[in-house]
Design a protein around this ligand. Structure first.
Ligand code: ADP
Length: 267
């Protein structure tokens, strides 16, 4: 999976990253789906262990352009995982009270506690993406945010969090097809908004803003992964694999039973 991890300080040109590629699973869709099901089972067991051990905290940051597949990823990758130990925090346009505070204020209260996995569906990165592309605050302000973000994430990891950041990378053609589908399929119409077309017109600006995010905020302690996401099955397989590997590396253990239970008999 290292292939998709952005190394600290690496220069990123998203045109060099093929959103269609499936090199780690050339066997194709059916085999990948079977494998992802097995990974789901593993993730389910690892989440149970994380919850029981009550030491580690896991934060998954999911970012993508419109139609990038954030919702589908959450549904597929966390299928079967006990909802009691997993939370999704979705970040929309800030409310009036959120806007009155610094950009991390609303974020911090949703970071995971011990034993929890939290998935950020959008995140503090919107404050250097949509905010930058639409000039919602002055450049002087947003350009300092990369450092603020790195410091914030360092603090979270120093305090015991594991952070995995996922960028779902789709191509412009793929976005066109997905928007068209939202328009054509009645059950998907609700997802279509004219705003999506305005955002699509800013495709190049968003690519540039994402490149800066990936270059400036992929660190050893909180790395970004650029996931080729034109094919949902490959995307799901990769993300499930990354999460399972990461959780396995935490060397978690079930807590020992309390002392003095050896002679207990349950009648
Ligand atoms: P999603 O597209 O994530 O499924 P929505 O359609 O409700 O959900 O879109 C959420 C919107 O909120 C997006 O357009 C996103 O850019 C916007 N948003 C999120 N965070 C911020 C922010 N900090 N400042 C401005 N807009 C934001």
């Amino acid at each position: 999976m290292d292939k998709y991890r952005v190394k600290q300080g690496q220069t990123i040109n998203l045109e060099d990253w093929d959103a269609n590629e499936i090199s780690l699973f050339p066997e194709g869709k059916k085999a990948a789906k079977d494998k992802t099901k097995k990974l789901n089972k593993k993730l389910e067991a690892l989440q149970e262990l994380l919850y029981a051990e009550h030491k580690q905290k896991v934060l998954v940051v999911l970012q993508a352009l419109d139609t990038g597949g954030k919702d589908g990823t959450i549904r597929a990758v966390f299928e079967g995982v006990n909802p009691a130990g997993v939370k999704v925090a979705s970040f929309k346009v800030p409310t009036a009270i959120e806007s009155d505070h610094d950009f991390l204020w609303r974020i911090h209260q949703h970071t995971p506690g011990k034993g929890e996995i939290v998935i950020f569906n959008r995140s503090h990165y919107e404050d250097v993406l949509v905010v930058r592309v639409h000039n919602l605050v002055d450049k002087d302000i947003w350009k300092k945010r990369y450092d603020h973000i790195n410091n914030f994430e360092k603090m979270l990891t120093d305090e015991g969090a594991t952070i995995i950041k996922i960028f779902l990378h789709i191509s412009k053609d793929e976005q066109k097809e997905r928007l068209q589908e939202r328009w054509d399929v009645p059950e998907k119409n609700w997802k279509f908004s004219s705003g999506d077309l305005k955002e699509r017109a800013l495709w190049d600006e968003y690519q540039k803003a994402y490149e800066d995010v990936l270059e400036k905020t992929s660190t050893d302690y909180a790395p970004w992964y650029i996931i080729p996401a034109n094919r949902n099955w490959y995307r799901n397989y990769l993300i499930s694999s990354i999460l399972v590997k990461k959780l396995e590396s935490l060397n978690m253990e079930y807590p020992l039973p309390e002392d003095g239970l050896d002679n207990i008999e349950i009648e």
